[in-house]
Write a protein that binds this ligand. Sequence first.
Ligand code: ADP
Length: 318
Amino acid sequence: MNPALRGRSVVDMIEIEHLTKRYGKKTAVDDLSFTVKPGAVTGFLGPNGAGKSTTMRAIVGLDAPTSGVARVGGKHYSQFRSPLTEVGALLEAKSVHAGRSAYKHLLALAHTHAIPKRRVSEVIDVVGLSDVAGKRVGGFSLGMGQRLGIAVALLGDPAVLILDEPVNGLDPDGVRWIRELLKGLAAEGRTVFLSSHLMSELAQTAEHLVVVGQGRLLADTTVEDFIDGRGAGRVRVSSPDAAALAECLRGPGVSITSPQSGVLEIQGTEAAAVGQAAAAHGIVLHELRTDRGSLEDAFMEITADSVEYHQSKEGVSA
Ligand code: ADP
């Protein structure tokens, strides 16, 4: 753990209590309660329009809740005297002066928070913008803009990071980079909360998941339990004597299908039991593996009733 953060863990929790936000007749967030703890990356997962951005905006005081509260370390965001050094945020709506360079933009923010100049160069380096730091932000690509947004979030070395869809616009290298960056920040004891509508992305980055649909909490669990509890594991086995093996495995609660000749897919049993049954009956196996349900399957299953916008293409937002 980063020595600077030691002992701060309890006060760096994000707490959402009965948060509700209505825009006219539209309920964007509906009595949502959960906490985000330090020391792990927590993914905030939900289809477009599920209320993720609204919740994150409420955490950093950009949206006033209709009812309920959002606190960080027991305080409202407005109570922080130097917010950048306590909560770093990357939210979708950015207000960067297009004519300014990345360096000048960060420097101006650093000045208002008594953050030393060397920290500006440090974060520019961390986000990989050193070569373009002097260029006008107006000419930045979406990915470069995201990197600058992440630099802003990191500038005050905050113990809490809130990032709304941070991988948007990043190329595959950028996606890998941010994944490792966020895991590293969590390993230092920070609270890292990031949203995504990409279940595959969170599966590789987050340890914990808060899943929402139509503003309501659908799950608050570890990624592992989320996958195990949903799209159930399946044992896949191939054998030159598949028919005989199927006979040995039949039993209550076991379902066996054969997607192709010589291959069985079995639900309701473990790979070890399949291996043992084969050995006991002298049946040769060519392959034996467990296919865990993917996070994608689990996500589809849980949000099936709550998808507000059906997307024709990945990345198209509501
Ligand atoms: P997500 O981040 O999960 O995609 P949002 O929080 O952006 O979801 O939006 C949740 C719902 O609230 C959507 O139906 C959206 O259209 C609506 N909404 C968000 N912001 C506003 C606003 N400023 N005015 C009216 N409706 C809004």
